[in-house]
Design a protein around this ligand. Sequence first.
Ligand SMILES: NC(=O)C1=CN([C@@H]2O[C@H](COP(=O)(O)OP(=O)(O)OC[C@H]3O[C@@H](n4cnc5c(N)ncnc54)[C@H](OP(=O)(O)O)[C@@H]3O)[C@@H](O)[C@H]2O)C=CC1
Ligand SMILES: CC(C)=CCC[C@@H](C)[C@H]1CC=C2C3=C(CC[C@@]21C)[C@@]1(C)CC[C@H](O)C(C)(C)[C@@H]1CC3
Length: 605
Amino acid sequence: MPTARFQIGDTVMGRWPGSNLYYEVKVLSYDNKTLLYTVIYKDGTELELKESDITSLTVFKQGGRSRSRSRSRSPGRPRRSRSRSPARTPRRSSSRTTDVRKEKLKEVLEVRLTPVPLTHENNSNSRHEKKEENNTASAVTEEKTETESENQAGGRYNLRHRKDQGDGKTVELEQKTETAVLSQTKPPTAIKTTDLEFGGRVGVFFLMFLLPVAVLALLILCGQKDASLQSFPLELPALQSLWDWQVFGIVLLWLLFQAVLSLLPFGKLVEGMPLKNGKTLKYRINGVYALLLTAVAVGVAVYQEVDLSYIHAHFLQFYTSALLIVTLLSVYLFVRSRWASQDELAPGGNSGYVIYDFFMGRELNPRIKNFDIKFFCEMRPGLLGWVLINFAMLQAEMKHQNLENPSPAMLLVNIFQLLWVVDGFWHEEKLLTMMDIVYDGFGFMLTFGDLAFVPFTFTCQAYYLVSHPSELSVFWIITLITMNGVGYYIFRKANSQKFVFRKNPSDPAVSHLKTIPTATGKSLIVSGLWGWLRHPNYLGDIFMGLAWSLPCGFNHLIPYFYLIYLITLLVHRNARDDRQCRKKYGSAWEEYCKAVPYRIFPGIY
Ligand SMILES: NC(=O)C1=CN([C@@H]2O[C@H](COP(=O)(O)OP(=O)(O)OC[C@H]3O[C@@H](n4cnc5c(N)ncnc54)[C@H](OP(=O)(O)O)[C@@H]3O)[C@@H](O)[C@H]2O)C=CC1
Ligand SMILES: CC(C)=CCC[C@@H](C)[C@H]1CC=C2C3=C(CC[C@@]21C)[C@@]1(C)CC[C@H](O)C(C)(C)[C@@H]1CC3
């Protein structure tokens, strides 16, 4: 009769199926027939493990000590990324900061899985470690269902989530875990960036010139009577016609006005995602107030008979002014990043190549005291500038076409896009969890995107309509409203569902959804919109983008620029996110991809 080596109630280290990671588990029972131990992980996941996959705690502690003694880092070798998985145990470190961080995160980590890689892992390179770290088994959970999965070694593992047992206490544990994940997930450590995007140094060098020139070309075409690509003027506009100091002054005033609004002490102060040093930054969420105050200021200006069509008449000059500010700001950001500590660097903008890092952005959250430059630029001057420019185009249309009222096409474009911007401000807080804020550095790409690309290309439909009238039938108007409504519904529902789920998976609004657990303690939604597509929110956005372009008719391709940009960006973003999720969630992500094969478009893998 076989005897159990470990006793019920023992705390031991259990291997996570299919990986070399060990987590602290408690032995719940031992089955003499199958020779399997039932163990429970700290996040409530129960598994049946073979004895060979269980090791006593002391063995690990000894192994850990000898490891830390023997590990010597050569100066050239990048620091290992530890924060990729939120479930990692902070190890012994000589640094006092790490100890402080350990203390701060202790409470959170108590409800997390605590993986400890096998000793031989130290012989492998860091890329391999990352892969192993996230290689986890997973199962689709549903009320009262279980999925059995075979691990790579052929052993039997029985995955069960405690939620399935209808145990209220456990749901609370899961809720605590997920909440902790939302508020405590750390961005990856700023090790040297080796995976270069956008074609590396050469790619970004060309992009840096190509993007501003492409936008200029788009604006030139959009303002021409014949906006077809073949009619692009062979003679470029004279340089002096592209510059106006007064316009430059107006752009500076606009930025200053928005900066002042963003510093007003209205709205709540919220904490962003934790940084590598365990600290969190505070953000003032007052976008809705800024929107309202800007609307009042514009209303007063119009009442005072300020002619907003000036913006239309000087559109190219506004663009070049914005471009100069983008360039100066990017240089400032790059220079100041020299004084940023390792902790403050973005994982994607630290390659050591000046051009690449300048483009991608070295610093993650550049701030002047409490003023967060990235958060400000991402939401305020560009998005509000877009709405203001749209409104100016509406006035210009009435003036140029001698209309008493704006055309239905112009009204639709204005209203649809205003709705999207208002929605963005209403949900401003959610931006704090997005990759742009959490992972991306603030360099030329985002500065240009936020301050030049958004206000000058997203307005391209309204700009086009000023000199290209478009008749819309009632049927067409209803179709476009429906299309925008459906797109908005999918976009909003998917984004909100994910946000609420990440905050509290037991929230009644999302508790009915089926999920796939992952070793990080977070789960992935696998039903509803997120069970239909891997990025339902992108599809909603694309529907809206289509509804914004169609009012301009089919005479030219130019008004479809936004749609083409959006699809390209979202396809690229999907690939990027897919890579990150595969690293983060390992086989759980594979499982999700199998369960939900379509990415953005139904029927297209
Ligand atoms: N108009 C424009 O110019 C742009 C618009 N957007 C819009 O912004 C919105 C947000 O986009 P973005 O942040 O890129 O991407 P998503 O909102 O799709 O977020 C992706 C993240 O969501 C989490 N996730 C993925 N699948 C699941 C799942 N099944 N269950 C739970 N969580 C999941 C993962 O993060 P984790 O697990 O770590 O939480 C993943 O990294 C979109 O609606 C997009 O259309 C974006 C860019 C530009
Ligand atoms: C060509 C080029 C340099 C592109 C840069 C891309 C940026 C313009 C966009 C990347 C992601 C964005 C998001 C918003 C604006 C455009 C950029 C910055 C966003 C803040 C707009 C408001 C929305 O509600 C949003 C919060 C969902 C959205 C987030 C992404």
